[in-house]
Design a protein around this ligand. Structure first.
Ligand code: SF4
Length: 149
């Protein structure tokens, strides 16, 4: 099971923003640098996360991006259910067209059930809890990339 790169970037943004102190808001460009992803990808992910109400953009001097309460409480499973690719786990195609076993194939449904179990196993994992892991966790960055004014 593999999540899409869009989901991965989105989860990274949420973890970084959960870990941010809140005193100095990072810009989207700074976030792109922090998560090591091109700005245009981060910008698209940030737009979607804003539409989902998980982050918000604060305008004006000192403005930037910050996590909302909903974003802090969001779970990895919940976010993935919205963002991830919901096509069948198996492509069910061969070079000649549809898989010859497609009619009456039980594997396809079993694989899709396994994906649901994968999401369900992440339904109790909040983004906030991930960002607080002391060492070796996914977020060990500080958001201090903004140049001093
Ligand atoms: S065997 Fe079933 S799951 Fe696998 S490609 Fe064919 S139809 Fe899809």
């Amino acid at each position: 099971m593999r999540i899409t790169s869009f989901s991965d970037v989105s989860l990274r943004l949420l973890m970084v923003l959960c870990a941010a102190s809140g005193e100095e808001l990072p810009t989207t460009r700074e976030l792109a640098e922090t998560v090591g992803t091109p700005y245009n990808h981060v910008s698209k992910a940030a737009l979607k996360l804003r539409q989902m109400g998980l982050i918000e953009a604060i305008r004006g001097r000192g403005g930037g991006v910050r996590i909302t309460l909903a974003g802090r409480n969001a779970t990895v499973g919940g976010v993935l259910r919205v963002l991830d690719d919901h096509s069948d786990v198996a492509a069910c195609e061969t070079a000649a067209g549809e898989c010859p076993l497609a009619h009456g194939c039980g594997l396809r449904g079993a694989l899709n059930q396994a994906r649901e179990a994968f999401y369900a196993s992440l339904d109790d994992v909040s983004l906030d809890s991930l960002s607080k892991k002391p060492q070796g966790g996914p977020v060990s960055v500080t958001l201090s990339t903004r140049p001093a004014n």
